[in-house]
Design a protein. Structure first.
Length: 371
């Protein structure tokens, strides 16, 4: 199950960082070679801006450890099973914050459960609108290390270790070795080849990357595998390649909503707005509860200056917005307000700006426009 959950979580996360004009910016990885000092991407600022009130990294780490040991009562096996099930359901629904919270509770009480540690780690490598992204990536790396050391035949642990290291900007031999170990342990898993291809391409080994791309494509015979590989391609801004892969899946009668969602994303990034709208509407026809699809469809309508449909889509999608979705929802309502203002529709613009503030009350750019 980890494969599908990892893919769903990655897709959900892209909405938190995308924009109507550049849908590929959400999952960029960050450069750098292995060194004793890790370089990590700067996180987008979340709501609190009072840095003086924010504890230092060492204090936050100490507090996190303290909170783990302060858990007085251990959960029963029934409680652990219930929390794990609820976390998986939250993750599938795109509610990363809720899933993370529940998995953390299980990890506190059941430190030997490798599957839960990896599930938590896979959430932590997703870029979300918080201030401590580097800490989260490092925590994911440490969780993967713990599992890989205890279970040296656990392919999922080595794959997560590679992803976490990439997110920290560590793209040297140790990261490559983690991916290659995962491939050796699970040679039929298509996505790991795609991860390794991405790493090799970043390091200038285009021939090796092409070989791994081919290996990934030949093994991706299920919709969930196509989704994972397409998401990896999109993280590299390789939208034409992702579109070709996804169109092949659609031609093979794959009407999975996530396939159609990613196809719409690629088409929009490639400037095929009308096709993107058709794909995203088809995705909603198969799954009406995915906020990410509403977000992308609204982006497509904004690109085509269809403001009424953009607004209607955002209002419909807002019912499914979770914690990490709200900043992007606010941004899109602001973009809608800007478009209305440019069209001379001031009442509609003010309405959109006010809606933006319901999802992110401290959004200063919107506050200034309402003065």
């Amino acid at each position: 199950m980890y494969r599908l959950f990892f893919s769903i979580a990655l897709i959900a996360a892209t909405a938190a960082f995308g924009s109507a004009q550049d849908l590929g910016s959400s999952n960029k990885l960050f450069g750098g070679k292995d060194s004793s000092k890790k370089s990590a991407p700067a996180a987008k600022k979340a709501a609190p801006r009072n840095s003086a009130a924010r504890p230092s990294r060492s204090k936050r780490t100490t507090a996190r450890k303290a909170s783990g040991t302060a858990s007085a009562a251990k959960l029963s096996s029934e409680q652990i099973a219930k929390l794990t099930s609820e976390a998986a359901a939250a993750l599938k629904a795109g509610d990363l914050a809720s899933a993370e919270e529940k998995y953390r509770e299980v990890v506190k009480s059941s430190t030997d459960d490798s599957s839960v540690k990896l599930a938590l780690g896979r959430i932590l490598v997703i870029p979300v609108p918080v201030m401590d992204l580097a800490d989260r990536y490092e925590e994911a790396m440490n969780l993967a290390k713990t599992v890989s050391e205890k279970e040296p035949a656990n392919a999922a642990a080595f794959e997560l270790l590679g992803v976490a290291r990439e997110m920290l900007g560590l793209v040297g031999p140790e990261t490559e070795a983690a991916y290659r170990t995962a491939i050796r342990l699970s040679p039929e898993r298509a996505a790991t080849y795609a991860y390794l291809a991405r790493l090799l391409r970043r390091n200038g080994n285009t021939a090796g990357a092409a070989e791994m791309d081919a290996a990934a494509a030949t093994r991706a015979d299920k919709a969930a595998e196509v989704v994972e590989i397409a998401e990896i391609l999109q993280s590299e801004q390789r939208f034409p390649a992702a579109e070709r892969l996804l169109k092949t899946a659609v031609r093979n009668k794959s009407n999975e909503p996530l396939v159609l969602n990613l196809l719409g994303r690629s088409q929009l990034a490639n400037g095929e707005v009308a096709d993107a709208i058709a794909s995203l509407k088809a995705s909603l026809g198969a799954d009406l509860s995915n906020f990410d699809t509403y977000f992308r469809l609204a982006s497509a309508y904004l690109r085509s200056s269809d403001l009424a449909n953009a607004e209607n889509t955002l209002l419909r999608g807002s019912r499914f917005a979770h914690k990490y979705d709200k900043p992007v929802l606010a941004r899109q309502f602001e973009q809608l307000g800007d478009a209305y203002s440019k069209a001379g529709k001031e009442n509609e613009a003010r309405r959109s700006y006010k809606l933006a503030l319901t999802y992110q009350p401290e959004r200063e750019t919107v506050i200034a426009k309402l003065k």
